[in-house]
Design a protein around this ligand. Structure first.
Ligand SMILES: Cc1ncc(COP(=O)(O)O)c(C=O)c1O
Length: 418
């Protein structure tokens, strides 16, 4: 690979997604090398106007009369994600709660659908909230958690997972893209292996949606959740999505019996009787304002196309890896993600004993990655608005920091973020 800056510029010149950069506030002009789109995506240019419309017209003027347009927002945005991003069918995706709450709802519903089985499987290196929800549900139901080990850099070995599947397993919870390393799971193979063992899988797509094709229908996925503030650019605190395969919906019942899942909701009937479709997984009033922002972000991803985004994401990741090998390895930096690009999502993680100090030094120099325990710097060059030269410049900055020792003056202990 040609590692010159000119080569990076040539990649940008040939980038079919280059024009999308101008559709994000600040991406062209703020000078920030923002490589944390896997944590919080940039804000689309259209988002303030979309929010202003809901605030100033629908809320301020329309008041309660605006409900006819709001009431369908959770399924309207869900359908947009289903068809434009997730490879699912309309009526299979619903918006509303956080990823954590949606995971709880689907996990309990899935466990109920597997009576007589008393084991929940999760990955020891999965995102904390997923492990906590699994532990909490297991404790409440008197079930056992089987945590399968995973390599923090290479991800979960499918053979290790297969060995954990038996007749006791009710539900498996896994991430399609590992939050720390970016390791990509084989969604189709794991789903099939679990199904053969009689178990259901709830996939966490938080680091996958908008970054890699998840093809839920083609991969035979039954259940999934994911957040919308990363690659989907829905904004801080944006509601998550949940997916339930159509054929399964009526057989599942989620544990929070709220009125938004109720058949003939405004009849205010005496007993809970959920609708047959995806809305049976709804709980309460949807976050209307936040959904307006998610809709803008989801439309942009759908317009760009997940396949094109994934191809660019892989190429950006390849550049991170190549530059890290050439420039950073001599300074003690090691790749902490799978080396094979086919086994990675859209972020790449580098390990260094001084990772926290390096992260602070980078942020002070206008390069924004993020730190992950124990000693990792995570680079998420979101393909919608990140250029190849941005990656080049960020890596050059990291090389210069390492060479000069500029990071050594920063605190070694991470202060609590409040
Ligand atoms: C894999 C994964 N799952 C879940 C969450 C968080 O979910 P919530 O939207 O409930 O905060 C995150 C947040 O970064 C995540 O990375």
């Amino acid at each position: 690979m040609d590692l010159s800056r000119a080569a990076a510029e040539a990649l940008d010149a040939a980038d079919p997604l280059a024009a999308f950069r101008g559709r994000f506030v600040g991406a062209r002009e703020d000078g920030l090398l923002y490589l944390d789109g896997n944590s919080l995506g940039r804000m689309p240019v259209q988002t303030p106007a979309a929010l202003a419309w809901v605030v100033e017209e629908e809320w301020a003027r329309g008041l309660v009369r605006s409900w006819p347009s709001w009431i369908g927002a959770a399924t309207r945005v869900g359908d947009l994600l289903a068809e434009g991003v997730l490879g699912a069918r309309p009526g299979e995706v619903l918006m509303g709660d956080s990823t954590t709450v949606d995971l709880y709802k689907l996990l309990v519903a899935a466990a109920d659908a597997r009576p007589g089985r008393d084991v929940l499987v999760c990955c020891a290196d999965d995102f904390p909230t997923d492990r906590y929800v699994v532990a909490g549900v297991a404790q409440a139901r008197g079930m056992t958690v089987r945590e399968v080990p995973a390599d923090v850099d290479e991800g979960l070995d499918p053979a290790v997972l297969a060995a954990a599947l038996d007749k006791r397993v009710a539900v498996v919870v896994l991430s399609a893209v590992a939050y720390r390393s970016g390791a990509l799971a084989d969604v189709a193979a794991v789903t099939a292996a679990a199904r053969d063992a009689g178990a259901l899988v709830v996939w966490d797509l938080s680091h996958a949606a908008g970054a890699v094709p998840v093809d839920l229908a083609a991969n035979g996925v039954d259940l999934a959740v994911g957040c919308t503030y990363k690659y989907l650019n829905g904004g801080p605190g944006a509601p998550a999505f949940l997916y339930v395969r159509r054929e399964l919906q009526e057989r599942l019942r989620q544990p929070i019996w709220g009125w938004f899942g109720q058949r003939d909701q405004f009849a205010m009937g005496p007993a809970y009787d959920p609708v047959p479709g995806i809305e049976r997984f709804a709980v309460g009033t949807p976050p209307v304002l936040a959904l307006a922002a998610v809709e803008v972000g989801a439309r942009l991803v759908a317009e760009a196309g997940v396949d094109r985004l994934a191809a660019k994401g892989r190429a950006l990741g390849e550049l991170v890896v190549a530059l890290a090998d050439a420039w950073l390895a001599p300074h003690g930096v090691a790749l902490a993600s799978p080396r094979d690009p086919a086994r990675r999502g859209a972020h790449v993680t580098l390990a260094h004993p001084r990772a926290w100090q390096l992260t602070q030094a980078l942020v002070d120099r206008g390069v924004v990655p993020d730190f992950r325990t124990p000693d990792r710097v995570r680079f998420g060059p979101a393909p919608l608005y990140t250029r190849f030269v941005d990656v080049w410049d960020a890596m050059a900055c990291l090389r210069d920091v390492l060479a000069s020792g500029a990071h050594e003056g920063y605190p070694t202990v991470r202060a609590r973020v409040t």
